[in-house]
Each structure stands twice: as structure tokens, then as C-alpha cells.
Design a binder for this molecule. Structure first.
Ligand code: HEC
Ligand code: HEC
Length: 339
């Protein structure tokens, strides 16, 4: 998952994005529990907008289903290539139904009920006749937003600030996994608050005017400062290891069987990688023969993308824990807390 505001600065801003998310999640003591919601029938019915249950993909409780047909039937708004270590780590493609494009072009805003899907694919690259060209392969995650001008679901933690927010893991089109948009989404979208929380300047399909909102170099610098502050307050308080663990808690619960974006870490020591019951791991993690110990967790946190290449945590938390003392502290904490 990338947060690149500006391709000229993409390395630093990717780190910032991760930091912003962690800061926000840790400050709010997020538990990362999965939603018990199941997909509704509304996506199949194609029913027109109704009070309470509006749009085709939203049911009366505010559950947002993942559409099947956006690749073939919707408008492609634009793409992001997220750079990392001189290569491209992810390709993000953004889609909306065609009629939303017409409305946006006329009104310079999204219509009530408009849905946006961002499909995040792992990138591969190779020498091509055009140069070092990269393309998107397996889907890692889908992000969804649904415009809500009426505050329809005040009690649903996935709705607020004018939108419904949802997340699906690449392997599972049926299970919505975000729990609270304020913890799981909003922190990273703050830089786009002025443009209704969306990064519309990268979507030329919406018309030429959107480009005026593209960030300048100095915006990237002030984002960096804000992110550092968030990071500092996130690590304050509690024993050192517990402080570091707050970053993990955005995605990992310590309650047995309680999975969030990441699997529960209860009983993780001595467990084979990718074997907790009821969590949809990436094949990379399931097929690895790693057994979790102080050494292997250390290696994973040091090189989240490289230790088990292709695992999902590598895309979601790409920087891991670079500081060796912090790794020692969090592993010591986890050893106690995961029992
Ligand atoms: C790590 C930071 C981060 C987190 C966490 C995050 N986003 Fe985003 N999101 C971004 C950035 C940055 C973009 C645009 C650039 C990109 O995709 O690299 C974006 C783009 C999107 C888009 C495409 C439309 C747009 O706003 O430009 C959707 C839809 C979206 N996010 C939904 C969500 C939802 C829903 C959540 C929570 C479940 C979420 N995002 C969490 C950073 C984040
Ligand atoms: C942004 C989300 C996110 C954060 C933050 C995160 N992880 Fe993960 N983690 C994941 C995901 C997703 C997986 C599953 C990977 C897969 O299936 O490929 C995972 C898997 C793991 C595993 C393997 C578990 C198993 O059952 O095999 C360990 C160990 C782990 N994470 C430790 C940590 C620690 C420790 C931290 C904090 C320093 C952390 N993670 C932070 C998302 C995250």
C-alpha cells in the first residue's frame, strides 16, 4: 500500500504514509478486529437507490460489497505506481462507474452514492522495448469508498466524513476487513482533505481541472514533519516493547482467533508461518517453511518484503521495524503478551 503524494519524492513519502497510519492507529488504541459483516444481497439485485439502503452495493446496515464488474464495465480514473528501492512495488488502479465521471466533470464533486474502487496489485518489472517497464500482477487489496452526503450510518464505524470506507484482501472477495475508518483509513487521507479526502488530482478521467490540486514539494515536507510528530507520540508511554507493539496492533490482535488485517499473534512463537486457523494468508506465507521464533520474527521485521518474498505484510507495512533495539523490545514484549 503506498501513500505517494508526489512521484518526485516517492521514497520519503511512502515512509511517511506508513508512519501516519501507524501513528493514528496507535494513538487511538486500535484493536484490528475483523468485521462480522457478510456481503449483502444488494449487490446482486441491482436495486435503485432507496432511503436507508442506497446504491447497489450498500445494504441497510451500511455493509459495502465489492463489485465484480469494475474491471470490464467501469471507468478507469487513473493509476499510481509506488516506487521502492529504485523499483516499483505496487500498481494502484482506481475505478468508478461511468455515470459518476459525467457527474464529476459537470459539478467538480462526487455525487451522493458514487463508489470508488482502488485495486492494489503487486508490481513486476523487466526490460522491455520501452525501458524498465512494470506491470501489476496479483491483487493484494481492494479499497472502496462510497459517497454519503446524508450521514446515513452514524453508528457504523466504517462511515463518516462524507464517505463509507471498506477494505477487502486480494484472496477473499466476500469478507470486508476494515473495522473503523478513523483508524484504518482517515490518517492517510488527511493530505487529501481539501479534495473531499480523495487524491483526485491523479485521475485525469475526471477532467483537466483536477490537476490543480497536485501537491507541491513544500507540502511533502510539512507532511513529513506531521508524520514524525505522530510517530513520536505513538511510541511514547508504556514499556518500550509495548510502545513499539502499538504499531503492530493496527493490524494484529493478541486474542486467539481474532484476526484483523493481519492474523492474530496469540501463540505465534513456535507456530509455522501462515497456519493460524481462520485467517486468509497469502500463498507466500502459507508455503514458506518458516517457524516463528525470536530469530525469524526479527528477520521478518527487519526485511518485511524480503524475508518471505510476496507476503502481504510486506506491502502493508513495508518498512517493518528497521531499528534493532526496537525489534528486540517488541519481540520481548510479544513473547510475554502472545502466550
Ligand atoms: C498507508 C496510507 C493509506 C491507508 C491506510 C489508506 N489509504 Fe486510501 N489512499 C492512500 C493514498 C496515498 C491514495 C492515493 C495514492 C496511492 O494509491 O498510492 C489512496 C487512495 C485511495 C482510494 C482511491 C481514491 C482516492 O481517494 O484517491 C480509495 C478508494 C481509498 N484510498 C480508500 C481507502 C480506504 C477505504 C482505506 C481504509 C480501509 C484506506 N484508503 C486506507 C493512502 C492510504
Ligand atoms: C499494516 C498491517 C500490519 C502491520 C502494521 C503489521 N503486520 Fe504483521 N502481518 C500483516 C499481514 C497482512 C500478515 C499476513 C501476511 C501474509 O499472509 O502474507 C502479517 C503477518 C505477520 C506475522 C506472521 C504470522 C503468522 O501467523 O504466520 C508476524 C509474526 C507478524 N505479522 C508480526 C508483526 C509485528 C511484530 C508487527 C509490528 C512490529 C507487525 N506484524 C505489523 C500485517 C501487518
Amino acid at each position: 500500500m503506498g501513500c505517494d503524494m508526489d512521484m518526485r519524492n516517492n521514497k520519503s513519502t511512502a515512509a511517511i504514509a506508513a508512519v501516519l497510519m501507524i501513528g493514528a492507529a496507535a494513538l487511538q488504541g486500535c484493536s484490528g478486529q475483523p468485521s462480522a459483516d457478510q456481503p449483502s444481497e444488494s449487490r446482486a439485485t441491482g436495486a435503485p437507490a432507496k432511503a436507508g439502503a442506497y446504491g447497489v452495493y450498500v445494504d441497510s446496515e451500511g455493509h459495502i460489497a465489492l463489485p465484480d464488474d469494475f474491471l470490464t464495465d467501469w471507468a478507469h480514473l487513473g493509476s499510481w505506481a509506488v516506487a521502492k528501492d529504485g523499483g516499483v512495488e505496487g500498481i494502484h488502479n482506481v475505478y468508478t462507474p461511468k455515470e459518476e465521471v459525467d457527474y464529476f466533470r459537470q459539478n467538480q464533486e462526487f455525487r451522493d452514492g458514487a463508489m470508488l474502487v482502488k485495486e492494489v496489485r503487486a508490481a513486476r518489472g523487466a526490460a522491455h522495448t520501452t525501458g524498465d517497464a512494470h506491470w501489476g500482477e496479483d491483487v493484494q487489496v481492494w479499497f472502496l469508498m462510497v459517497k454519503d452526503r446524508e450521514g446515513r450510518f452514524p453508528d457504523n464505524p466504517l462511515w463518516g466524513d462524507g464517505w463509507g470506507w471498506a477494505l477487502y484482501n486480494g484472496g477473499d472477495r466476500a469478507t470486508q476487513v476494515a473495522t473503523d475508518y478513523k483508524k484504518d483509513c482517515l490518517g492517510c487521507h488527511i493530505p487529501a482533505e481539501k479534495t473531499d479526502w480523495t487524491y483526485t488530482y491523479a485521475y485525469p478521467t475526471l477532467g483537466p481541472q483536477v490537476a490543480q490540486y497536485a501537491p507541491k514539494e513544500e507540502d511533502a515536507a510539512s507532511m513529513a514533519a506531521a508524520a514524525m510528530t505522530a510517530m513520536a507520540s505513538a511510541s511514547e508511554g508504556g514499556a518500550a516493547g509495548e510502545g513499539v507493539y502499538k504499531r503492530c496492533a493496527a493490524c494484529h490482535s493478541l486474542m486467539p482467533g481474532q484476526h484483523g488485517l493481519g492474523p492474530s499473534l496469540a501463540g505465534v512463537f513456535g507456530r509455522k508461518a501462515g497456519s493460524a486457523e481462520g485467517y486468509a494468508y497469502s500463498p507466500a506465507m502459507t508455503n514458506s517453511d518458516v517457524v516463528w521464533s525470536e530469530e525469524t520474527i526479527d528477520a521478518h521485521l527487519k526485511d518485511v518484503k524480503g524475508f518471505i518474498p510476496g507476503n502481504k505484510m510486506g506491502a502493508l507495512f513495508p518498512n517493518g521495524v528497521p531499528d534493532a533495539d526496537e525489534r528486540d523490545a517488541v519481540i520481548a514484549y510479544l513473547k510475554e503478551a502472545s502466550q
